[in-house]
Write a protein that binds this ligand. Structure first.
Ligand SMILES: C[S@@+](CC[C@H](N)C(=O)[O-])C[C@H]1O[C@@H](n2cnc3c(N)ncnc32)[C@H](O)[C@@H]1O
Length: 220
């Protein structure tokens, strides 16, 4: 599996993505929106990395933000375009850095339900910091290591692990230590975190622990 296989798999179920999210009671995007709400102003610009069908950024558009989105899957973008709320959306693999925007280009950035497909998050987060305006927020989700998985010796605990998922594709789970290190490296302040349990979609497989994280670009 190469790093674009999960994009291809989204192409395959784009037309049923929104109904499946409902079927599996998957409302992480609403949790992320609620956690961001206090930082938003009407007219702010928002870049959605991995916008998909637009489940997350449709909520920000409703709050009066101007939405730009990138996604690798043309089929997901097609579904998003039908909703008509985004100012600009285009196909782009967000692991290809630098991202195609100038410094301080957006008031806020979100990346919901995407980072569990990536091992190394550093290049994308570094770019998010560069194109984010000062005091802007960067909100994203990760699949988190459970207490049992983190029970490994601290010294030997990996930054992230790759596991098989019931969704038929491998996913990455990131450690708190790794996320804290990235925040410090890029001078992003972690303002909020919320753990969310996501339905595995298979009755014989444990649900998956995710975390919604809101970071802010504080420039001194
Ligand atoms: C689980 S969906 C989440 C969609 C949306 N953010 C939401 O909150 O509903 C993951 C999305 O990330 C996109 N994606 C995954 N890897 C990507 C990459 N390297 N570059 C661009 N998009 C990517 C997929 O095509 C898919 O649309």
């Amino acid at each position: 599996m190469d790093n674009t296989d999960h994009i291809k798999s989204h192409d395959e179920f784009a037309s049923t993505y929104d109904s499946q999210a409902k079927q599996y009671n998957s409302y992480g995007h609403e949790v992320l929106f609620g956690m961001c709400y206090e930082y938003l102003k009407q007219g702010d610009s928002l870049l959605d990395l991995g916008i998909g069908t637009g489940l997350s950024s449709a909520l920000f558009a409703k709050a009066g933000l101007n939405i730009t989105g990138l996604d690798g899957s043309l089929e997901m973008l097609k579904e998003c375009r039908k909703k008509g709320f985004a100012k600009e959306i285009k196909q782009y693999n967000i692991q290809n850095v630098p991202l195609p925007y100038s410094d301080n280009a957006f008031s806020h950035i979100i990346c919901c339900g995407v980072f569990h497909f990536f091992g190394n998050l550093l290049p994308t987060i570094k770019e998010a910091y560069r194109i984010l305006k000062p005091t802007g927020i960067f909100a994203f989700t990760i699949a988190s290591l459970t207490a049992k998985e983190s029970g490994l010796e601290c010294e030997t605990m990996p930054e992230y692990i790759e596991v098989q998922s019931a969704w038929g594709i491998p996913i990455f789970k990131h450690s708190d230590k790794y996320v804290n290190k990235i925040a410090q490296t890029h001078r992003l302040t972690i303002q909020k975190e919320q753990k969310v349990l996501v339905d595995s979609g298979d009755k014989d497989t444990d649900d998956i622990l995710f975390k919604v994280i809101v970071m802010q670009k504080i420039v001194t």
